[in-house]
Design a protein around this ligand. Structure first.
Ligand code: PMP
Ligand code: GLU
Length: 396
């Protein structure tokens, strides 16, 4: 079959594939512990559901402007100002069908054939695929656990060429949970300003940080970097609304105008009902989502203390998001894909192999599940590792 070359080159999403497989096994009655989940397991809060039901009952069920209703864009502009010290006007906001959709739009607008997009690794699985779809090339910058999986300004500067157009930053990071400090971002911003490189700042895990209160948005670090940055966020992770599909971004008027045209001809508006739900979410007091964050912290600490009993597995404690990125090099297997497959088949625990994140000696464990399941799942992995170590001792 003849297909579009860019689509032909796409790699499927490992995060979605493993999550689907784990759900399928569970539906067939298997006692699967799912550490694959890239979504909070909490229910969407009632006030949000009520707003959606009300929207349906009031007949708010028609097309809206492609980049969202003004009321929601005003609430987002207010949120950016309050939480991130970013002064976007409502006209500088585009609402979409999820942060994934916003990211896709932005990459289509900013990256062209022959352009390079810098992506620090480990990265979220979808970035390089979106860059491929725009016909541009990803320039992957490797990081190390010793450097807390963060790039430095120096490393960035060394990798800039005449083709570099965009840097994608994700803090807090999926999959590593790392958070860039203000001074680290200042140094990176200075390089981007110097070379006029756009920054796509994916801040979807913003509300889920654990050990520090200071969460800086790179666009807040000065007028020049503000003009070059597109700040991406959404309601999926902060309000447990992954299925509602609402994301958004703030950017210069010029960029938003292009996104507007792009959405006009691709998706039209995000669901009217979900827009009303997102509006209710953004109007909720912070205290109501802090409880979710506190629970995630308890789970993170528990997962770390359980993992500490498996000396073959190493990790850098995550400061944000809900994943622990585990180094499995000591397990002596050829690939993370085969380890993840074996862990799922042998002990019914779903984990995501690091390959899709650009880190093949790693597996990603999500702690978006109950404390009881965390204990059970890590216990199973621990026993599996013990067996594996015994086998390899016997084989050698
Ligand atoms: N960015 C990152 C880093 C993510 O982990 C996700 C989760 N899917 C997204 C963006 C997209 O989120 P959504 O489309 O659900 O808003
Ligand atoms: N972002 C989540 C994850 O990394 C959800 C799945 C996806 O959209 O890729 O698992």
């Amino acid at each position: 079959m003849k297909v579009n070359e860019r689509v032909k080159g796409l790699i499927g999403s490992s995060t979605l594939a493993i999550t689907a497989k784990a759900k399928e096994l569970a539906s067939r009655g298997k006692d699967v512990v799912n550490f694959g989940a890239g979504e909070p397991d909490f229910d969407t809060p009632d006030v949000i559901k009520k707003a959606a039901i009300e929207a349906i009952q009031k007949g708010f069920t028609k097309y809206t402007p492609s980049i969202g209703i003004l009321q929601l864009r005003e609430a987002i502009a207010f949120k950016f100002q309050k939480d991130n010290q970013l002064q976007y006007k409502p006209s500088q906001i585009a609402v979409s069908c999820g942060a994934k959709h916003s990211l896709y739009d932005i990459i289509q607008v900013l990256a062209d054939e022959g352009d390079e997009v810098i992506i620090p690794a480990p990265y979220w699985v979808s970035y390089p695929e979106m860059v491929k779809l725009a016909g541009a090339t990803s320039k992957i910058l490797a990081t190390s656990a010793e450097a807390n999986f963060k790039i430095t300004a120096k490393q960035l500067a060394q990798n800039i060429s005449s083709k570099t157009r965009v840097l994608i930053l994700n803090s807090p990071s999926n999959p590593t949970g790392m958070v860039y400090s203000k001074s680290e971002l200042e140094a990176i911003a200075a390089i981007c300003v110097k070379h006029k490189i756009y920054v796509i700042s994916d801040e979807i895990y913003e509300k889920l940080i654990y050990d520090t209160k200071a969460y800086p948005s790179i666009a807040a670090l000065g007028k020049d970097i503000f003009d070059l940055t597109v700040t991406v966020n959404g309601v999926s992770k902060a309000y447990s609304m992954t299925g509602w599909r609402i994301g958004y971004c703030g950017a210069s008027q010029e960029i938003i105008d292009y996104i507007n045209k792009f959405q006009d001809h691709t998706t039209s508006n995000p669901t009217s009902i979900s827009q009303m739900a997102a509006l209710a979410a953004l109007q909720m007091p912070d205290a109501s989502i802090n409880a979710m964050r506190d629970e995630f912290k308890v789970r993170r600490d528990l997962m770390m203390s359980c993992l500490n009993k498996i000396p073959e597995i190493f990790y850098v404690p995550p400061q944000g998001a809900f994943y622990i990125f585990c180094n499995i090099a000591k397990l002596g297997e050829k690939s993370a894909v085969s380890i993840a497959e074996k862990i799922l088949n042998d002990v019914n625990v779903a984990v995501i192999p690091g390959d899709g994140f650009g880190a093949n000696n790693y597996i990603r464990l999500s702690f978006a599940t109950s404390t009881e399941r965390i204990q059970e799942g890590i216990k199973r992995i621990g026993e599996w590792v013990k067996k594996l170590s015994k086998q390899s001792v016997l084989e050698t």
